[in-house]
Design a protein around this ligand. Structure first.
Ligand SMILES: [NH3+][C@H]1C[C@H](O)[C@@H](O)[C@@H]1CO
Length: 601
């Protein structure tokens, strides 16, 4: 499950410059210069440009080089809480510039990656005072070393002795490192690789709260997140910072394509986080926007203008799409969802009969028409809750309705105030991840009605975050997979194609297991969850023969152990050879998740 909670900008979206285009800021304020700073006496200010680079980007950075300055004068950007400088990488830097008034200046800008005066990479860009219209310039930067620290800056400076007195406007900066699959405007390689190594099947986007907007006007709107970056205005996201929307709908689709997974794509459904619902007689505009969004993803360029837009952006073929979610957590707006679902699902089902639409209220509460085929359930609670409710789906009625556990995580040890700060987990712990695993065993046992599941939220920038815990933490140079990440990965890579019934302990036990079989690979997977503080010895009697050689992968550690920037590898999976027979013993360590792999003979 993905949404931008300090996880897109400055996270998986590989742009390295923060506040790169001065989107959604108030000109002539200090705040508008966030992440930028003047160098050696330069004067910089964000202005409402009288001739802006685009209507989407009305602001520009104005540099004034005062008379009498000498040495390198200009400005720098600190990145998203740091910039990783890697000598194995070539960085692509670009910006637009113009002179608001023609001048005789004919010089160059020096573009660098540097720290405290040490320059790691530098390039020169010709700058001409005759350039009164916006001109984009681009350079590549190849560092000569890789400093351990990420306290580095991107800088643009001029030789003060010959640039004194000049006023130059700048817009739409960008600095990219190499990206995942070399995709232009793409993803940070280490984060995307970490997600890909979980072998996920789908990617839910674009949220979550961050799709909804605090108001209707600030909702996520697909059409302003596609096309040239200079035409993307960005928006104030729902987690307290401006989203550049450089990671837009097309980038999300490329993410799915490059990771060989499919999107579960949400459409805005007329409800914003200020608890305001669009009245039924005003829904048509938003339903059409949803139709256009879906056509952008799967439409025929020959017959639909938004599909033609997709083709013009380089992807004439439709993307994979099966599941479309109508809204997010509409149990907060369930009364209006009765008509919002009726109209959205009614019209979208007719327009796209092969797609499957997911409702986001509580199942059957309120009663919805048309009856949803799919519901998205969310649950955040304590580790104990997940163990005590490991049979949550067993009691669900089998009535042709299927469930997406779209968000779940053990986030606190304080049952009295799960979302509060007291008892809240900063990072998953072994105990919280083992608790989640007990619940996940229940997903497998009930796979006849649970068709998809995803931990949430996914990514956290440890330098600036609004939610904890998350599956994967990161900073400007490193990724910190959590204990829950390894549990997700273990379940995902030991999935099987069929569930083999077995007699589980009674409710509120501490020991859970599942037996699945992959009929293609002819593997048998036995996942064992021990939530007890002592090891659990077990005997398995299989109804079929297996070869003696097999493997077991175990995630275990002290209950409150976490992977974090200070203890990145406190708990990692370990794999051992294991001897199997049709009847065999296994001892599950205290607080552990094990995946046993045996091979059918
Ligand atoms: N409040 C959670 C529920 C919402 O859908 C997400 O945006 C939040 C974090 O995963």
């Amino acid at each position: 499950m993905f949404e931008d909670i300090n996880s897109g900008d400055g996270g998986i979206y590989a742009e390295l410059l923060q506040n790169r285009a001065f989107q959604q800021v108030t000109p002539n304020t200090t705040a508008a210069l966030y992440a930028w700073s003047a160098i050696n006496g330069a004067r910089i200010n964000v202005i409402a440009d009288p001739s802006p680079i685009s209507s989407a980007l009305p602001n520009s950075l104005q540099l004034i080089i005062p008379q009498g300055t000498s040495g390198q004068v200009g400005f720098g950007n600190e990145g998203y809480y740091g910039i990783q400088v890697n000598s194995e990488w070539t960085y692509n830097a670009s910006f637009y510039y113009k002179f608001s008034a023609a001048s005789s200046f004919d010089g160059a800008a020096t573009v660098t990656l540097q720290s405290m005066g040490e320059t790691y990479a530098t390039a020169s860009v010709p700058i001409s005072g005759s350039q009164t219209a916006w001109k984009q310039v681009a350079v590549s930067l190849t560092p000569t070393s890789s400093p351990a620290s990420t306290a580095n800056n991107f800088t643009v400076t001029f030789d003060g002795s010959n640039a004194a007195g000049q006023t130059i406007d700048f817009a739409m900066f960008s600095l990219f490192p190499p990206t995942f699959k070399d995709r232009e405007n793409g993803l940070r390689i280490d984060l995307a690789t970490t997600l890909s190594e979980m072998k996920p099947s789908f990617f839910r986007l674009p949220g979550g709260n961050n799709m909804e907007g605090q108001t209707w006007a600030t909702r996520w709107q697909w059409n302003v997140t596609v096309g040239p970056l200079v035409n993307r205005p960005g928006r104030m996201g729902d987690w307290g910072y401006v989203n550049t929307d450089g990671l837009g709908l097309l980038e999300y689709m490329y993410l799915c394509e490059d990771m060989e997974i499919e999107p579960i794509m949400a459409v805005w459904a007329g409800y914003s986080l200020n608890d305001e619902s669009v009245p039924e007689d005003e829904l048509a505009t938003y339903i059409q926007a949803a139709i256009d969004q879906i056509n952008f993803v799967i439409g025929d360029p020959a017959t639909n203008e938004y599909a033609a837009l997709r083709a013009s952006l380089g992807h004439p073929d439709p993307f994979r799409l099966t599941y479309v979610e109508i809204g997010n957590e509409d149990f907060f707006g369930s009364e209006s969802y009765i008509y919002r679902w009726r109209d959205f699902a009614g019209i979208l089902r007719a327009a796209f009969p092969h797609l499957r639409f997911i409702a986001t209220t509580y199942p059957f509460n309120p009663v919805l028409n048309p009856a949803p085929e799919l519901y998205d359930n969310h649950v955040y609670s304590t580790p104990d809750y997940f163990v005590e409710n490991a049979f949550y789906y067993d009691a669900y009625e089998r009535n042709g309705t299927y469930y997406f556990q779209g968000e779940y995580a053990a986030i606190s040890t304080n049952a009295a105030d799960v979302f509060g700060s007291n008892g809240r987990l900063m990072y998953p712990t072994v105990q919280s991840s083992v608790g989640e695993a007990a619940y996940m065993i229940g997903f497998e046992r009930n796979a006849d009605i649970v068709f998809a599941t995803s931990y949430a939220p996914l990514l956290m920038n440890v330098a600036n975050y609004q939610w904890s815990p998350n599956l994967v933490a990161f900073d400007a140079s490193r990724v910190y997979p959590s204990t829950s990440y390894y549990v997700q990965q273990l379940f995902s890579t030991h999935r099987g194609t069929e569930y083999l019934p077995s007699k589980l302990p009674t409710y509120n036990a501490t020991l859970y297991w599942s037996v699945t079989r992959d009929t293609t690979l002819r593997n048998v997977y036995i996942k064992v969850v021990n939530y007890d503080a002592v090891p659990a010895s077990m005997t398995f009697a299989l109804p079929f023969e297996v070869s003696s050689a097999g493997l077991v992968t175990v995630i275990t550690g002290s209950a409150d152990a976490s992977n974090s920037p200070t203890t990145p590898d406190a708990v990692v999976p370990t794999t051992f050879k294991m001897t199997f027979s049709q009847t065999f013993n296994y001892t599950a360590p205290a607080y552990s998740v094990s995946a046993l792999t045996a091979y059918l003979v």
